[in-house]
Design a protein around this ligand. Structure first.
Ligand code: TXA
Ligand code: MG
Length: 342
């Protein structure tokens, strides 16, 4: 009897041990008023998640290939998707990039620190895995006291993509980061909810004229106002665009019109599905299992979006149907999360 038990339990224990050794580490939750430990961990080549004004980032020394590799592992991020790098000031940006066009200076005067990432020719200073072997580098100066404190006190440029598992919505609250990365990073700095709630505008600044690769709160019109011309890239040019983003637990159908929305809700209901809807404001005469309200104005809608995408549970609904929203950046993210657009 004893030997039979040993026979069955041994390989199970071995597998369990291997899994825990590979995936679990002790993750410290650090208060944003005592970040000394976060500073030390980053300087020692460890990975720490922390708040920025857009979304939480998962950071590591951008000049240390081993440290950067830990970000890809923790996120489950494909190695051909480059990481953007956070720096404390323009001086650090000029250190990491070369041939910076003069229009970038003008853009930085107006928009940095802030939710804008400049894609520039790389000066070859960061580890190769940061840029996924591209000749360019994405650099951003964040406008968040905790992120800036960490950058100043470490004295490091930090490779810092959004602190979610690949494919999941970006984290806008510390609970989102804990959910995705507990046991996978050395520490998480708790800085409350992020203010903007959507990722930075990514702008390719390697050409004569800036080109927006990912939309954000800083729009093509904002950039044109400062430097005259700005293009919008066809979305396919973004290295990350071949990957699905922000996926909720169940299929998401995005309606382009109010009429389509009503129609698809009716059809899915008739087919016996448990339905969740994403709408501006909750109203009474809609007969569905779950209502997710994003609010009315653009700022509020953007701030709530990822929290709502994460709140969708397959134990509660079979499908989620989103009404159209007036904000282009919100529609852009919803389209990226959608399994189908009607
Ligand atoms: O607001 C933000 O940008 C947040 C915070 C944490 O800084 N970060 C963020 O990181 O959203 P991530 O990795 O989720 O998005 C950065 C995007 C990716 O889609 C990546 O493909 C693109 O920037 N990117 C980075 N380096 C690039 C490069 N050299 N050329 C083109 N795109 C680049
Ligand atoms: Mg991301």
């Amino acid at each position: 009897m004893k030997s039979v038990q040993a026979f069955f339990s041994w390989p199970f224990r071995l597998k369990y041990k291997i899994e825990t050794r590979e995936e679990q580490m002790d993750t410290k939750i650090i208060n944003d008023h005592s970040i000394e430990e976060a500073i030390q961990l980053l300087q020692a080549g460890q990975v720490v998640a922390f708040p920025t004004e857009t979304v939480y980032g998962i950071g590591a020394n951008a000049l240390d290939e081993h440290a950067v590799a830990k970000i890809f592992t923790a996120k489950g991020r494909p190695s051909d998707n480059p990481l953007n790098v956070l720096v404390p000031n323009t001086k650090a940006l000029y250190y990491l990039a070369k041939n910076v066009p003069t229009y970038v200076e003008k853009l930085m005067e107006v928009f940095s620190p802030g939710p804008i990432t400049y894609v520039l020719q790389s000066a070859g200073k960061v580890a190769e895995n940061v840029t996924a072997n591209l000749s360019t580098i994405g650099v951003r100066i964040p406008n968040h006291p905790v992120a800036l404190n960490i950058l100043h006190q470490t004295g490091l440029a930090l490779a810092a993509p959004s602190a979610n598992l690949s494919g999941r919505p970006s984290p806008t609250a510390v609970d989102h980061v804990i959910h995705d990365l507990m046991g996978k990073v050395s520490a998480i700095v708790d800085g409350g909810s992020t203010n903007v709630g959507l990722e930075s505008t990514v702008v390719d600044c390697t050409g004569e004229v800036p080109t927006i690769l990912r939309s954000g709160f800083i729009t093509v019109e904002d950039i044109r106002r400062v430097v005259g011309a700005c293009n919008l890239a066809p979305s396919i040019q973004m290295p990350s665009n071949k990957y699905k983003h922000y996926q909720p637990e169940v299929p998401l159908i995005l309606a382009r019109t109010e009429g389509q929305f009503q129609d698809i809700v009716r059809k899915k209901k008739a087919a016996g599905n448990r339905i969740g809807v994403i709408i501006s404001l909750s109203f009474d005469d809609i007969n569905v299992e779950k209502i997710f309200s994003l609010g009315t104005d653009e700022v509020e809608t953007a701030r709530n979006l990822y929290d709502v995408l994460r709140a969708i549970k397959k134990s509660e609904v079979d499908v989620v149907i989103s009404a159209p929203f007036p904000s282009d950046i919100v529609m852009d993210r919803l389209a990226s999360a959608a399994t189908k657009i009607v």
